[in-house]
Design a protein around this ligand. Structure first.
Ligand SMILES: [Zn+2]
Length: 165
């Protein structure tokens, strides 16, 4: 079972219902080339105004990355990532937080990334074998512990009946 594939398909399903946050790879590079085009045109289209307000291109070595347009110069860049890249990034965040839950992961990932959604984290966590195992262990414990207590309680009650005629 390929977790990355399942994750990506899950994200594309979310993308189908809301196209404002998640960005497929193809669209990601289209936005970058559109942004680079903007400077060459004198009259801007509404689309160009929209992407100019939202994004900025940051050159990292010979790779162009999409970042959130910052309001202040000194702001640390918040990176947009494509749907195709999200699995690796979320995986790294999940491991870095020691299989952290939603809150820990949001805290960790929102420092650096602009478009990782809560739904994406949920999809990921449901796929994590280690987290599933932990959940299963907790569930099994709950089931096992209960009968032992009630059995113990019953046998003690029986002893009491015998001892006090
Ligand atoms: Zn995990």
């Amino acid at each position: 079972m390929d977790h990355e594939k399942i994750f990506r398909e899950g994200l594309f399903k979310i993308y189908e219902t809301n196209k404002r946050v998640l960005i497929p790879k193809e669209e990601y590079y289209k936005i970058i080339s559109d942004l680079l085009e903007v400077s060459k045109t004198s009259k801007k289209t509404p689309h160009q105004y929209y992407i100019l307000k939202k994004y900025e291109v940051l050159q990292c070595g010979d790779i162009n990355r999409l970042i959130r347009r910052s309001q202040h110069e000194e702001e640390t860049p918040l990176y947009f990532i494509s749907i195709e890249e999200t699995y690796e990034v979320v995986k790294r965040g999940h491991i870095a937080t020691g299989h952290g839950g939603q809150d820990k992961m949001v805290h960790e990932l929102s420092k650096k990334y602009a478009n990782i959604t809560i739904e994406a984290l949920t999809v990921f966590k449901n796929l994590c074998v280690e987290c599933q195992r932990k959940r299963k262990r907790a569930a099994t414990k709950g089931i096992v512990v209960k009968p032992i207590i009630s059995k113990d309680f019953n046998s003690r009650a029986q002893v009491d009946l015998i001892d006090n005629p």
